[in-house]
Design a protein. Structure first.
Length: 286
């Protein structure tokens, strides 16, 4: 399996019921293929979702869509977060009922329409907090029928969330302040890592000037655009070295390097080991 920069293969105990609950103090920079609710049970964190940064305090809630880069930096010693990670298949209707088209598809296609943060002072948070407690309790006890109860509470949270979003939209046209959503760009880079994508092209895709884009991208990913693409290519090359019989030169070309020497230099810089040594590991018994 190809591993991309910051991608987390989140542990889901039962793949037929794709949800898990985590209690953490902070969240390292990563993304995954699942949706996630982040609830601040106690303390305070600085939360990043793609290029947006917010300070969340006790009782605040954040929604992270699939494939969004996110992290939470602990700002208070007593901080505890409740993270509910789940696959969208658990809540979407697969087009079989009206909820798919009225709620989930509009959000998934137009993420900027919905607030990413719901503050503790909002009226809906009292009900949402109770649903969080019931969901976690059902998930931990796993009594007969717990799957139905967990799914019910998850949908209840979404119902309150969408209702809150609608109320916000009625008061004013919702617009995230100074937001730089790099989700689509990061997804495009993961799909087109073999191509030489310039700063100019990447900046144009997110409607930023090249200089400002470089600053935002480094702040969000911790890497320059070139470093990020090199990491994507190197991790793909590592998998090919371990799982195929292609020559090193063929692999270098397949992942986007036209110069074998340059490929070797970049690979060793990122992996601290030359490609030839990785290739030798292919024959080592697991």
């Amino acid at each position: 399996m190809t591993m991309h920069p910051h991608k987390e293969n989140t542990w889901i105990p039962d793949r037929t019921f794709p949800i898990n609950v985590f209690f953490v103090n902070g969240i390292y920079l990563h993304w995954h293929d699942h949706m996630e609710w982040v609830y601040v049970k106690t303390g305070k964190v600085k939360l990043q979702i793609d290029g947006d940064f917010d300070v969340l305090e006790q009782g605040d809630l954040a929604f992270v869509n699939s494939k969004q880069l996110h992290r939470a930096e602990q700002l208070a010693p007593d901080t505890q977060l409740v993270c509910i990670v789940f696959n969208e298949a658990l809540v979407r209707g697969n087009g079989l009922d009206i909820t798919e088209h009225h709620y989930f598809l509009p959000y998934l296609h137009l993420k900027q329409q919905w607030p990413r943060i719901v503050r503790s002072r909002e009226a809906c948070m009292q009900t949402i907090s109770l649903s969080f407690l019931r969901l976690v309790e059902e998930f931990e006890k796993k009594q007969p029928g717990y799957e139905l109860m967990v799914k019910s509470e998850l949908l209840h949270i979404f119902g309150q969330y969408f209702r809150h979003a609608q109320q916000v939209a009625e008061v004013r046209t919702y617009r995230q302040p100074d937001t730089h959503n790099l989700s689509r760009l990061l997804e495009m880079l993961r799909e087109r890592y073999q191509e030489d994508i310039s700063v100019m092209e990447a900046a144009r895709l997110v409607s930023l000037s090249p200089n400002y884009f470089c600053s935002v991208f480094k702040k969000v990913t911790g890497k320059t655009l070139k470093e990020y693409i090199h990491t994507l290519r190197t991790q793909e090359a590592e998998q090919l070295l371990l799982t195929t019989s292609y020559s090193i030169s063929e692999i270098a070309e397949a992942v986007g390097f036209s110069n074998l020497t340059y490929f070797g230099r970049v690979f060793k810089k990122i992996k601290n080991i030359p490609p030839s040594d990785v290739r030798k590991m292919r024959s080592i018994p697991q």
